[in-house]
Design a protein around this ligand. Structure first.
Ligand SMILES: C[S@@+](CC[C@H](N)C(=O)[O-])C[C@H]1O[C@@H](n2cnc3c(N)ncnc32)[C@H](O)[C@@H]1O
Length: 253
């Protein structure tokens, strides 16, 4: 049976491979430490299940909390198609009112991927995610990186917007920017530590993937695989954190 965490190399896999690798290692360590075969995972803002469904395919029980009924509907369908409906629970709710819908201290791991950009209060979002963890639980935090956006705007020739993002308190490049907030590695670290976590690892995600013209990747044999390996090698080097499209922080209680 194919390993759901290691899909064939594709453009989509390129965008998430680094996060999967770090997350799977962290969950494997929790499985060993707890002596249980599977874990209880909470995916806050988990949307249509990009992470939840593959995690359920690994045998974990995943609760997805998301405010979007459409996303939850897509999640339900996807989980059913993957044959893991009994291990995926979708609940309508948000990061602010998390404990209106899930139990405090009930999860071995909490995912907060692509959500801190959108919540009203990121510090509260992280504090709630931490309060959902069991002792020694792990938090997987993924958020848009400031430097990656600045670099992308500049390389597209939008120099004023790049400059604007650089000086903006939320890292936004203008009124038309669809992302409400971006972060530096230092800001994400401070959020995690401020909520009482110990940061174990920081990775830069999509350092090159969004900048390389598709034609270079799609036409050259082996290029996608080589780019994947380059992303993986660069991800943990602090020098590349400041230009990554996204930043991933793995932290634990
Ligand atoms: C960029 S998507 C990320 C989806 C998923 N986590 C992933 O990585 O594929 C952002 C998700 O956050 C959800 N969201 C927006 N505001 C939220 C809030 N205040 N609390 C929790 N989730 C929220 C959206 O409905 C959406 O599903």
């Amino acid at each position: 049976m194919p390993d759901p965490m290691r899909p064939p190399v594709s453009r989509a896999a390129l965008r998430t491979a680094v996060v999967w690798e770090v997350l799977q290692d962290a969950l494997d360590r929790r499985v060993k430490a707890t002596g249980r075969e599977s874990l209880d995972v909470l995916d806050t803002g988990g949307g249509s299940g990009n992470f939840a469904v593959p995690l359920a395919r690994l045998g974990h029980r995943v609760t997805v909390v998301d405010p979007s009924p459409n996303a939850l509907f897509a999640l339900e369908r996807r989980a059913a198609e993957a044959g893991v409906a009994e291990r995926v629970r979708g609940v309508q709710g948000d990061a602010h009112g998390l404990f209106d819908v899930v139990e405090r201290g009930g999860y071995d791991a909490v995912l907060c991927h692509g959500v801190l950009e959108y919540v009203d209060d990121p510090a509260e979002g992280v504090r709630n995610a931490v309060a959902a963890l069991r002792p020694e639980g792990v938090l997987s935090l993924l958020a848009a990186g400031l430097g990656g956006a600045v670099l992308a705007r500049a390389l597209a020739g939008h120099f004023k917007e790049a400059r604007q993002a650089l000086g903006d308190p939320d890292g936004r490049w203008g009124e038309g920017d669809p992302v409400p907030r971006r972060f530096t590695a230092e800001q994400l670290t401070a959020l995690a530590e401020g909520a009482g976590l110990r940061v174990g690892a920081i990775h830069g995600v999509r350092v090159f993937a969004d900048l390389v013209p598709g034609v270079l990747v799609d036409t050259e044999p082996g290029a996608l695989d080589a780019l994947l390996q380059l992303e993986s090698a660069a991800a943990e080097l602090p020098a590349f954190h400041s230009v990554a499209t996204q930043l991933h922080v793995l932290a634990s209680l």
